[in-house]
Design a protein. Sequence first.
Lengths: 276, 144
Amino acid sequence: MPDTRMKQVVFHLRRYEPGKDREPHWEQYKIDSPPGMTVLDGLWKVKELFAPTLAWRSSCRMGICGSCGMLINGRPRLACNTQISELQSDVVAVGPLPNFGIIKDLVPDLHPMFEAHRELMPYLIREDLQEQDSPTGEYWQTPHELERYLQFSYCIKCGCCMAACPTMATDPQYSGPMPLGQAHRYNSDTRDGGFAKRRELLEGGRGPWRCHFAGECSQVCPKGVDPAKAIQMMKQDLVFDLLKLRVRKPAARLVDKPCGKRREDIPAAPPRTVTG
Amino acid sequence: MESHAHPNRLGIRGWVGGGRWGFERYLYTLHRITGLGLLTYFLLHIFVTSARVFGKGAWETAMSAVSGPAFKAGEYLVFAAFAFHAVNGVRLALIELGFAVGRPIEPIYPYATSVGRQRPLAIAVMLIAGVLAVWGGYNFFFMD
């Protein structure tokens, strides 16, 4: 039988007001928590009752947008996707995602992550620049080829993986699990021809060789994207490419357009029933 | 664009801050610590054995300075660190070449990850490191 009892929980919130606070500090707020209450609901309640200036990012409330990544009881999670009851504690400690700067309270500065993501060219690259800028149609791809990157395409860029990564904790040069995972997502897409361009960017300190499989990025990913797997597969591609063992295929070609001849046995459309 | 946000990078705390992390994160940390330990030992070893170039007396003085039970225990720690670092290094080499992590799958909750996929390998590797450490300990302390 589900637990329907209301219980009291204490929110420990990491507060930081730029221009006013020199260092972030913890503040406590006690609220009633009904069953099913998420951490995000709790934050709204704290804001409504006690701390109107409390700041965080959130939008969809259903684990889609990736805005509400936070450090909740020591683990990066989505606040909207985490019920207070699943924490099995009367204390809910919420801080901004670590390894990112703090803009205010629970709002991390995700700019470095998106910058690293942009640098690794997370889009289809075609040899024909005209075709790349103005695609003229669909490209061939089999379901089997789709499976090679589909898992990685579910990334919502919430930053939880970046906050959990121990390499990110000490190495500001490292691109991090999200940008690298997304670079592999495009490298393994048969419609893409940009492996050689991305390979140049993946060499050195910001590339995948800083990853030594702590595996935490995959453990905390709220969408099951498994960036650690993507990074290891990217390393395999890079090594195989160096040894000339990587199968190089041209990017998938365009699906042929319809030939333009109309079948003669197709009946004419019925007359319009709505005018104007 | 430079960030003006308050810095919040975890630093070394990100390696050792524990309690809510997985098994592999501790292996990651231990691998780094043992690696740094072996490097330190290697440098000290070069420094101590280089005493030989200053003659037999300098060599014997250096050797007597690094003898005794504390140094023997220290040497055993170096061996145990080596055993862990070597076998875990094989695991990492396999994983970093894309083996033992599986192929991409449809993410269906509860999510199966590459971490779980390679877990049997991690456990096997730790068992081998443990056997080597025990065997080394027996050899160090009981077979002289």
